[in-house]
Design a protein around this ligand. Structure first.
Ligand SMILES: [Fe+2]
Length: 363
């Protein structure tokens, strides 16, 4: 057991003893028969084991709050890479109850490997739009990662379709990371779902022709290169803007963040026009030992307060509507999500990756 986990457990044990003492005190002052039964102590409640590919710091405050609320301790295992391989190696002995990951494709891989199980929860179904969860109940989005347009803050532009990136007026003015990065193959897969393979291939050729520099680096470098005058617009995830604009005044990244504004593009062909999102999400492990506790944890994570805190931890957008936003994220306006179900578009991620190679996008 790590020292932090030990301290965490110790704190819970102390808190539990205090709670017992307090409830014991109140009972001695109550009339016989009117005292409520003492709360069950969490030592009798089975813990939930969470395997997460996300930095544990992002969710720890929420897990602590969950434990305080329910008495269920969450043992967190940070699996940076190779979650499917680890589950395969552990087989039936796996202690994992909840699997938490980023990117629809990663969650779908777990489902296709047979490493998840279906659940049915009215709480989850009410909080999470149907397009952002598995119709079969195998995975659920917990936060949204909208893929947006970074724009030079001095440029007049208020409406944008992803398709516009290929227009000749943007020649030599666009920055983007590798076309093979999952953030981009997910966006390109959505383009295929909306516009078809042929139109997407042509669009990718047009976008490639408009690049100001090679498709490389990370999302934040789009802002850096807009500040540096290399490009005027680019595609990147919105949460990086939250991170950059919350850096200390005068720092390098704060300057990158302050050089841009955010426009949320739509798909030209989509009648109800929304922005492409990827997700962070979770599933219940096939061999979960504490399925009930695992479902409780997921339900807790879509509560109003948890949603707000979980999304704010990384400047993501809550999956549940009407939840309080981080101020920088709120400044981008309300997120209208592309109506195409994630399960529809993710079918095309392999084809998207093939198209990236076919047009030599990264060359
Ligand atoms: Fe990222």
């Amino acid at each position: 057991m790590s020292s932090s986990l030990f301290l965490h457990r110790l704190w819970l044990a102390v808190a539990g003893v205090s709670a017992l003492l307090l409830s014991g005190c109140s009972q001695t002052t109550s009339e016989p028969g009117t005292g409520s039964a003492p709360e069950p102590t969490f030592s009798k409640v089975a813990p939930v084991t969470l395997y997460t590919t996300r930095e544990p710091g992002l969710v720890q405050p929420l897990l602590d709050a969950f434990t305080k609320d329910t008495g269920i301790v969450v043992d967190t295992v940070f699996v940076r890479d190779g979650l499917p391989e680890r589950l395969r190696a552990e087989g039936e002995r796996s202690p994992a109850d909840v699997l938490m990951a980023v990117d629809t494709g990663n969650l779908l891989d777990l489902v296709e490997n047979g490493q998840t199980q279906a659940i049915s929860s009215d709480v989850l179904n009410a909080a999470i739009p149907a397009t952002l969860r598995d119709p079969g109940g195998h995975w659920y989005a917990l936060s949204l990662r909208d893929r947006v347009l970074y724009v030079d803050k001095d440029l007049e532009l208020d409406h944008f379709a992803y398709e516009d990136l290929a227009k000749p007026e943007w020649k030599g003015r666009v920055c983007i990371r590798s076309g093979q990065h999952p953030y981009n193959t997910s966006l390109f897969a959505a383009m295929i779902a909306h516009d078809g393979e042929a139109a997407t291939e042509e669009w990718l050729r047009g976008l490639k022709a408009n690049l100001a520099r090679a498709a490389a680096g990370g999302d934040r470098e789009v802002a850096r290169d807009i500040l540096g005058g290399i490009c005027d617009i680019g595609i990147a995830n919105a949460y990086y803007v939250g991170r950059m604009k919350n850096e200390p005044e005068g720092s390098e990244q704060r300057q990158w963040g302050d050089a841009i504004k955010v426009i949320r593009p739509v798909f030209a062909n989509a009648p109800d026009g929304g922005t492409h999102v990827n997700i962070s999400g979770a599933a219940i492990a096939l061999h979960a030992k504490n399925r009930d506790g695992a479902v409780k944890l997921l339900e807790y994570l879509v509560g109003d307060e948890a949603q707000s805190l979980y999304a704010k931890a990384n400047y993501e957008y809550p999956v549940k509507a009407g939840v309080e936003l981080d101020p920088v994220v709120a400044s981008f306006g309300e997120l209208k999500i592309d109506a195409m179900p994630l399960t529809e578009l993710i079918k095309y991620r392999k084809l998207a990756s093939e198209l990236v190679d076919r047009v030599g996008f990264d060359q």
